[in-house]
Structures are given as structure tokens and as C-alpha cells.
Design a protein around this ligand. Sequence first.
Ligand code: HEM
Ligand SMILES: *[C@@H]1O[C@H](CO)[C@@H](O)[C@H](O)[C@H]1NC(C)=O
Ligand SMILES: *[C@@H]1O[C@H](CO)[C@@H](O)[C@H](O)[C@H]1NC(C)=O
Length: 315
Amino acid sequence: MAAIVTVILITVSCTSLASALSVNYYENTCPQVESIVAGAVHKATLNDKTVPAALLRMHFHDCFIRGCDASVLVESKGKNKAEKDGPANISLHAFYVIDNAKKALEAVCPGVVSCADILALAARDAITLSGGPTWDVPKGRKDGKISKASETRQLPAPTFNISQLQQSFSQRGLSLEDLVALSGGHTLGFAHCSSFQNRIHSFSPKHDIDPSVNPSFASSLKRICPSHNTVKNAGAPLDSSSTLFDNAYYKLLLQGKSIFSSDQALLTHPHTKALVSKFAYSQKEFEMAFVKSMIKMSSITNGGQEVRLNCKFVR
Ligand code: HEM
Ligand SMILES: *[C@@H]1O[C@H](CO)[C@@H](O)[C@H](O)[C@H]1NC(C)=O
Ligand SMILES: *[C@@H]1O[C@H](CO)[C@@H](O)[C@H](O)[C@H]1NC(C)=O
């Protein structure tokens, strides 16, 4: 009887140990992890101001497909087309930052730090470097062995309405509050014309332009993105201060100056609209909510299996 109880206890504790993340996870096995990742993000950002936005979006895509398991980092190989080469990969870049951090970590603590943890840390560092808050990142994620281009269809689309967004987030255990706070990630970065073309050309049978877009803002977007766009990589910044982590995104949203239909959709439900107003009014409230929701999103794990040696390839 005692033996059976012991076996059950061990089984239970192992299962929870395998899935529970902790802030001190690498305390004994790789105490340099935080400074090495922060160093790599800092160095890259000095050379390229678009790096923080890229790392944040990369982490979001990672966590929304198979949990935060570094599936977004895997290269296509043989017949397997990886997430990287799937639809919605537009604008994913700066993978080299993760690779540089991984190389530096392999030199001091080989085979210890997962690529999924590196990406979670890098996303936090990206926010902090952009003038945003900082927080302790729970660690202990494992890297997954599967990455499929077709699964990027599970990501929310910029044309989504509020019920589609709510569904996409709730399937991952995220609430409407998480949706509004994390959409604030659009305070950083850039969108290509193709991601918001629907709002400024042939929007509906009645309206060429989405009537919820501020008219002068719509005109400026149309100038950047004419219907027969010939400029490669044309697009618009996601807010007026797109390398600064601030609450301008929410202020502009209330003025009809958001880029995606999915941003605008946050105003179509009383609960989410109230949160947008709260975050537009208070940078502090936004930061507190953002940190809470980032920790929640970055703790979605579906049980990766390994620590990769090279973030591009499963072992
Ligand atoms: C709510 C659902 C979301 C939708 C529909 C969405 C959609 C998009 C789209 C279409 C782009 C532009 C891609 C391009 O044209 O280059 C983009 C960019 C971006 N998104 Fe989101 N997103 C969502 C949520 C999030 C979340 C949760 C985060 C992070 C917390 C995030 C962070 C970013 C960042 C930082 C960029 C700029 C990337 C860069 O400049 O490299 N997004 N998003
Ligand atoms: C996105 O996918 C296309 C098509 O498979 C590919 O050519 C491109 O290199 C990918 N972009 C990134 C950032 O991996
Ligand atoms: C959102 O879009 C879906 C799919 O097109 C539709 O079924 C649903 O009624 C829409 N919801 C709202 C609130 O507009």
C-alpha cells in the first residue's frame, strides 16, 4: 500500500515538475542565461531598431502554435515545410538574434537552455529595451519536435472580428483582458500593405474605405498603399512611435487610427472598449496588464520534449 502511494506521489510530482515553469529554473545549471540573452538582444538592437518588434511577434507566433516550444524557429527540411515558411510569416525576421544567444549559451552551459526559453527572455528584453516594463520570466520550457507551415493558419488574422479574436484567445486560455493588453504589442513595429489592404480598397459593396477608419488617416494609408502597389515592402508603422513601448496604440485606436480591422474590433464590445479606454488613459495600467498577460501567454506549454542544440533543427 505504502509503495503504491509512493509511486503515485512520484508520478504526480514528476508530471507537475515537467510542466511547471519557474523563475529560478537555470539558477544552478546556467546562471548566465539572463545576461547572455539580454546582451544578444541589446547588441542586435543597436544595429537594427526593428529587432525588438520582430522578437515580440516571433514569441507570440511561437506561443499560439503548439504552445511556446520554439516551433517558429525550425527550418523547413526535406518534405517538411516549417512554420517559418507558412502563410502569416510575413515580417518575421531577426532569427539570428536567437541563434547568437544560443551559440553563446552552448559555449558556457551546453545542452541546457531551451530555444523556447531564449525566445521568451528575448521578447521580455525587447520590451524593456524599448522603454517598457521589465519582469521575471518563468523558465523551463522544452523545445518541440514538430513545426508545420499549415498550422500557421491557426493564428488570428488581421481581418478577424471581436468574436473570432475572442475564440482564438480563449482556445489558448486567454481572456478578453489578455486580448486587449496583448494587442498593445502593436505599439511596436510595422505592417505591410497586404495586412490592411482590405480596409482601404473595396472594403464593402457600399464603402471603398472602412468607415471606422479616420478619413485623413485612411488617405495617408492609401497614399502609401495604392491599389496597384509596386513598391516592395511598402507599409505603415503600427503606431506613431513604433520603436517605443508606450500606450499611443490605444490613444490612436480611439481616434480610428489603428492599422488592422482586428485592432479596430476591440472597440466593438463594451468590455474590450472599456479596457482600451483604460489603457489609453493610463500607461501604468497598460504596463501592469501587459506584463500579466505576457506571462500568461508565454506560459502556454504543450509539453515540448527536448532542448535543441541548434534552434533551427530538432534533434
Ligand atoms: C490579436 C490578434 C493579432 C493579430 C490579428 C495580429 C496581426 C498582425 C499582423 C497582420 C502584423 C503585420 C505583419 C506584416 O504585415 O508585416 C502584425 C505585426 C506585429 N504584431 Fe500582431 N497580431 C495580433 C496580436 C499580436 C500580439 C498578441 C502581439 C505580441 C504581444 C503582437 C505583436 C506584433 C508586433 C510586435 C508586430 C510588428 C512586427 C514587426 O514589425 O516586425 N501581435 N500583427
Ligand atoms: C516565408 O515563406 C516564404 C515562402 O515559403 C519564404 O520564401 C520566406 O523565406 C519565408 N520568410 C521567412 C521570414 O522565413
Ligand atoms: C464574426 O465573423 C464570423 C465569421 O465571418 C461571423 O459568423 C460572426 O457573426 C461575426 N461576429 C461579429 C460580432 O461580427
